[in-house]
Design a protein. Sequence first.
Length: 278
Amino acid sequence: MLWRCECVFIEMINRYTFVGNLIGISLRTKQLMSIELSSFFWKTIVGDKITVEDVEAVDSGFMNTLRQVKEYQESDGREDFQYLFGLMFSIQDSAGNEVELIPSGSQVAVTFENRMRFYELALDFRLNESKQAAEAVAAGVYALVPQRALSLFTWEQLERAVKGMPEVNLELLRLHTVYAGWTEDHEVVQRFWRVMSGLSSKDRTQFLRFTWGRSRLPKGNNWSRPFKLNYCSAGDEMLPVAHTCFFQLDLPQYSTDAIMRERLLVAIHFGAGEFMLR
């Protein structure tokens, strides 16, 4: 069994290395390629440090929960902590598998007293979850392009060099949008699409990163899931909330185009989770 696991791991690493080879070929031939990788991979290739913002871009809901755990104060109620969060020392990885942060972590509750230990372990896991895969991709690129040359790029520049400038096609996005609690002809939904049409190409790309952790829409009808616009009973005081793993956005009932635009831009550029503007 151990031998089989090692073989599977080696095969996985070889596949990521091959992806790196393809990126290297793209750079050498100046032929753009369609590939979706998170900033974890591009940063590893150019030698940049992975940060909390990279985790946030992939899963803002996860980081929002961690932030709330970290910022919870004794004045908020020590006894209420477990009731409010209901966390154990285990989390789901990006593939949806349960990962125990400590031995038998699925049986150990996160309390007010040990909450910072949970925060540190959970964040460390997410920061390093893709490390081996990203390093394998980088090794594949280095086989064809000198590492020193790649270190001259920012990770965004490298991504653009391989993939070209991103362009979010709103008509295609709208075609693949479903609504939960809204109807397509609702005033707030129509306001949302008006605001989106007025955003710059850069802001639309950032919106896609915020809601799905990627910079480009799938081509044609090759969508793994639609974009889901969820009804939110909150009003102008709240920011929209993204569920990046599921390509969903909770949209408050903003009263004007200007307010919606302002709130949306704050959320997408500052990785906002669910909190109130005061």
